[in-house]
Structures are given as C-alpha cells and as structure tokens.
Design a protein around this ligand. Structure first.
Ligand SMILES: [Zn+2]
Length: 277
C-alpha cells in the first residue's frame, strides 16, 4: 500500500484513519490532516459521477446541489443561502466589487452577485457548466484549472466553495489565490465537515474526489503557508461560529444545572422543614 506524504506539511509520518471501500484515508501525525492515500487523475469524471447519483431520489438531498434542475427546484433555499453568504463576506470585506469564484459550477451564485452589483467571474474544470454560464448568464467564466488560470487581474475576494478538498496540493492552490488577491483582499473557503452527520454513511468523504478533509488544526498549518491575513480570517470565523456555539451550549447547560440544583434545594428544604415541624 502506498504511503503518500501529507499534502499540507509534507511529512510522511501518518497512520490509517479509516478504510472506506477500497480507499485508505490517512491522518498526518504532525498537522492532523485527513487525506486520501492516492492521487486521482481523472478529475473530469466528477460531474458525470454526481449526475448518476442525482438520478437516485434517496440521495438527492445530500448530493451535488448545484445542478440547474436542483437549483430551480430549491431556488428559495439557494437564495437564502446566497444572502447569508454575501452577508458573511461583507462582514470581512465591506465592499467587494470584484470576486473570483473558483469552482463556479453553473454560475447561480455569480448571477446572484451580478444582481447585487458585484462583478463575479468564475473558473471551473467542467466544460458543461462553463458553457451553461456563458449561454445563460453571459458572464465571464472560463474552463480553467486554478493552477493554470492566467490573468493580470486582482480581485477583492476569491471564493472556493467545496473546492480545496479537490486540490492535490492545497498549499499551492492558496498561494495562487494570494497572488490573485488585491492588498487586503478576502479569501473565503467553505469545506465539508468530516465529523458531521452523514447520510448515507461515508458519503461526506466524497471519495475518490476529495483528497483531503481540512479541519481547523491543519488549516492553521495551511494558512501559515500563505499569510497571516488568512489566519486572522480563520480565527475570526472560529470565534463567530464554533466558539460562540460552544459558548451558547455551555450557558444553556449552566442554566439547566442551576435550575436542577434550585429544584433539589427546594425539595430538600421542604422535606427538612416538614420533618422538623
Ligand atoms: Zn501534515
């Protein structure tokens, strides 16, 4: 069995995290990254495979949601999601005028941005999705791999939604993004959650298309490769999402404990009082 080195820190000290079907997921002992122990050269099959899956109604809700038929079927959900996304982007970059969407799919998000007065350009490796964007929305979208994308432009924000886990070398991918960003620009990453609930089981691993599953600790390593600015962004994101949720949960537990002990005190006090009378 081959033992690939960690694609973030470059070290080969790893252990088997899990075997899923015929694939081995490894855990880097240095940075904690979970990664696929092989490369997958036929990335273009991803769209075709996803299409086969959406024919199965049971899987529809958890499969590749960006297909036009699914977008139009669940448009309200998408728009709500886009609204939240733009709100979050503006929190870290108040006025993004130009955005590059890496892995733009069929361009619904790009079209949403245009309606909000933002110039959003996109790249994707799928010819079908790029043709769709050009024919339907007439927006700037190119069939390009991130590493081969060549432009003199600099963007206010670069977005990668469920993309970085498809890159064989996330370090190089982020460095490339850094070069495409304006000074003070925002890099916005969305990654799948490896520890969330998955239905069907093992679905979330996205094998063999997901090379790595980036959680917070490996991301700190990854961000340090690029610049401290990305790291600051990640830190804010943790505080705003994960920690605030943990904090709310802790407060809720404290109130429950307090009520429980108050109830206990009242019962015991009542009992003692009753006995002494
Ligand atoms: Zn590592």
């Amino acid at each position: 069995m081959p033992k690939l080195k960690c694609c973030i820190c470059g070290l080969g000290d790893n252990s088997t995290y899990k075997k899923v079907d015929n694939y081995y997921l490894m855990r880097c002992k240095n940075c904690g990254l979970i990664y696929l122990d092989q490369t997958y050269s036929e990335q273009y099959d991803f769209i075709d495979d996803a299409k086969k899956d959406i024919k199965n109604e049971d899987k529809e809700k958890v499969e590749y949601w960006s297909f036009p038929q699914l977008y139009y079927k669940h448009k309200k959900v998408f728009i709500k999601y886009f609204k939240e996304r733009l709100k979050r982007i503006r929190k870290y970059h108040p006025n993004p005028k130009t955005i590059l969407d890496v892995g733009c799919g069929y361009g619904f998000w790009m079209d949403y941005c245009r309606r909000k007065g933002i110039i959003c350009e996109g790249i994707d490796i799928s010819k079908e999705s790029i043709d769709y964007i050009q024919n339907t929305f007439h927006l700037n979208a190119w069939r390009q791999n991130l590493m081969e994308f060549d432009t003199d432009k600099k963007y206010d924000a670069i977005l990668m939604f469920d993309v970085i886990e498809h890159l064989e070398n996330p370090n190089k991918g982020l460095s490339k993004c850094k070069n495409l960003l304006k000074e003070g620009g925002l890099l916005y990453l969305q990654v799948p959650n490896l520890i969330g609930f998955k239905i069907p089981l093992n679905h979330g691993y996205g094998l063999p298309y997901h090379f790595c599953n980036i959680k917070w600790i490996p991301f700190r390593f990854l961000a340090n490769v690029v610049s401290s600015k990305v790291f600051d962004f990640q830190k804010k994101l943790v505080l705003n999402n994960t920690l605030s949720l943990v904090f709310k949960y802790a407060c809720c537990c404290m109130w429950l404990f307090f009520c429980f002990f108050l109830f206990l005190f009242v019962v015991v006090y009542g009992f003692v009082k009753g006995v002494s009378c």
